[in-house]
Ligand binder design. Structure first.
Ligand SMILES: [Fe+2]
Length: 259
């Protein structure tokens, strides 16, 4: 696997990633948070970290670049829109930028604003199966919050675009493992969601990764037209039956913020 996840298991369930090339042993660290864990994982897999990519400017995704650079000499790649906020950047990322990981892998940059307005995600492929390193844009059964520099209407448009654009089998690699908590949220609005119920215990036991196809079943944010979701929101938040999809999305996000 070119993608190795390093879940921290701390209060915020941070997950950083190493994407590597089997031919050269080069690795790119995505949003490195727990540096000892990231470095130990690289060492254990015989990898040299030569690049750091930040998906957005939040401290827990971009705040440890300098320390990791000092340890490894890696170059830093970050969203162009975060220029001046993320410091000491070697290459700016915009929609369509390509990041080479050694010889075998490439990551394509998608601008995915909403959680913050600078946010990017990275689309790659492993033996024909696409994956998206999505930072704090999408989480298992959920989406990022918008309370720290984001905009809910923008996030709605981003999630809509990803849902339409990404292949159903695309694996999601988010910046935090919130799956179990998000499944509980899904079940609070939609108690009859059998797939969410079935995933809950496994998700509590270990870090699981979902696909876009999974999200269509377990994430309320992918099911804005579902009658059960709208009925649940009508009962709990007074949402009008004919609300626009964007209003359903914003109501869900506000509810999840308070939850
Ligand atoms: Fe964030």
């Amino acid at each position: 696997m070119p993608v190795i996840a390093t879940p921290v298991g701390n209060r915020y369930d941070h997950v950083s990633y190493l994407v590597s090339c089997p031919a050269t042993g080069e690795a790119t660290a995505i949003d490195p948070f727990h540096l000892d864990l990231v470095l130990d994982t690289a060492r254990a897999n015989g990898l040299a970290i030569t690049q750091i990519v930040n998906t957005h400017e939040h401290w827990d995704h971009a705040g440890r670049n300098d320390r990791l650079r000092a340890e490894t000499g890696a170059r830093v790649l970050a969203p162009k829109a975060a220029a001046g906020v993320i410091e000491h950047v070697d290459a700016m990322l915009v929609e369509g930028s390509e990041i080479a990981v050694g010889e075998r892998h490439r990551l394509r940059v998608l601008e995915t604003p909403g959680h913050t307005m600078t946010h990017v995600s990275l689309l790659g492929e492993d033996e024909g199966v696409p994956f998206l390193l999505c930072g704090d844009t999408l989480f298992g059964a959920g989406v990022g919050n918008c309370g720290y520099g984001g905009h809910v209407g923008t996030l709605f448009a981003t999630v809509d675009r990803l849902a339409a654009q990404l292949a159903p089998e695309t694996l999601l690699y988010p910046g935090h493992d919130y799956l179990a908590r998000n499944l509980e949220f899904t079940l609070s609005v939609e108690p009859g969601n059998a797939r969410a119920q079935a995933l809950l215990e496994p998700a509590r036991a270990r870090t699981l990764f979902t696909t876009i196809a999974d999200e269509r079943e377990i994430s309320l944010f992918f099911r804005l037209d579902a009658e059960t979701v709208r009925r649940g929101l009508h009962e709990s938040a007074g949402l009008e039956p004919g609300a626009f999809r964007e209003e359903v999305f914003a109501a869900l996000r506000a509810m999840r913020d308070r939850w």
